[in-house]
Design a protein around this ligand. Structure first.
Ligand code: AMP
Length: 295
């Protein structure tokens, strides 16, 4: 008897892709009908192991897991990389099939922002410094699209990466302030073996630039070690971070700071949980990374 090809197939089931809000709502309603809870993983696609870790967290919690893939135009400033941001939907669908995600929502820009759309979310105070200062309008775009996605899918839990630390602060505050009935879960940053935080933008880096980019995670790790050994003077830790970056030839540093982990306000002495934040441009690629410093 000839075995059925299916028995030998290693192909995984590809999650369905829907692109309209009614389709998303129908799929979520069907899952709810079956008694499922809903987990949402918002992304801009070009997926890597960091994104997949969020999907796995949602699946492990037993949720019907919806991944959104939407390169949100409103969170990019005019001079930023919106047009050239990587778009790899077929590969993303395959990776999500491997991971076991249930559904992909990949709307067109007009689905999210139909003609006449004019309401936006004014982001909370924690959006003001750092990324907010360097990327005017960015967090307004993030807050608006995240609220829309939360209202669209109405998940029980939404998953975000610590990689975008300030974004997680903005989203937690937004959800608290606007009584959004979704739990926000923040998962650790997934790194390459050499320490580089995974990012869809890493693919822009040449070999030598990638080597230089390692200075970001090295600077953070150094701050972490010194903090563990008892250093509590934020300015000394920040000087160490700047030294590490400049030794590697990373000169376009937007910020390399140690700040309050909750408010993101500058600190002198570290007496509460703090976070080291760094943003720098290597070649033409802007990178961010961070490390939590416990008490
Ligand atoms: P993005 O596609 O860059 O908008 O990211 C989508 C989600 O994945 C956000 O919640 C990010 O914080 C998260 N993410 C991105 N990179 C990583 C990483 N290296 N580790 C964990 N989560 C990540």
């Amino acid at each position: 008897m000839t075995p059925s090809p299916a028995i030998h197939s290693t192909a995984t089931r590809l999650p369905a892709i829907v692109s309209t809000l009614p389709q998303l709502r129908a799929a979520v309603a069907a899952a709810r009908q079956e008694g499922r809870t809903i987990g949402l993983v918002p992304t801009m696609g070009a997926l890597h192991a960091g994104h997949v870790s969020l999907v796995e967290a949602s699946l492990q919690a037993g949720h019907f897991t919806v991944v959104t893939i939407f390169v949100n135009p409103t969170q990019f400033a005019p001079h930023e990389d919106f047009a050239k941001y990587p778009r790899t939907l077929a590969e993303d669908q395959a990776a999500l099939g491997q991971a076991g995600a249930d559904l992909i929502y990949a709307p067109a820009a007009e689905e999210v922002y139909p003609p006449g759309h004019s309401t936006t979310v004014n982001p909370p105070a924690v959006a003001e410094r750092w990324e907010g200062e360097r990327r005017p309008g960015h967090f307004r775009g993030v807050a608006t699209v995240v609220l829309k996605l939360l209202l669209s899918a109405q998940p029980d839990v939404a998953y975000f990466g610590q990689k975008d630390y300030q974004q997680t602060c903005v989203i937690r505050q937004l959800v608290a302030d606007l009584d959004v009935p979704t739990a926000i879960e923040v998962r650790p940053t997934i790194r390459e073996p050499d320490g580089l935080a995974m990012s869809s933008r890493n693919r822009y880096l040449s070999g030598p630039q990638r080597q230089q980019a390692l200075a970001l995670s090295r600077a953070l790790a150094q701050a972490g070690r010194r903090h563990e050994r008892g250093e509590r003077d934020a300015s000394r830790l920040m000087q160490g971070m700047r030294d590490e970056l400049s030794a590697a030839g990373v000169t376009q540093v937007d910020y390399a700071v140690v700040v309050d982990a909750q408010t993101l306000e500058p600190l002198q002495q570290i007496e509460r949980p703090a976070v080291a934040l760094v943003a720098a441009t290597v070649g033409a690629t802007r990178l961010i990374d961070n490390l939590l410093l416990g008490k």
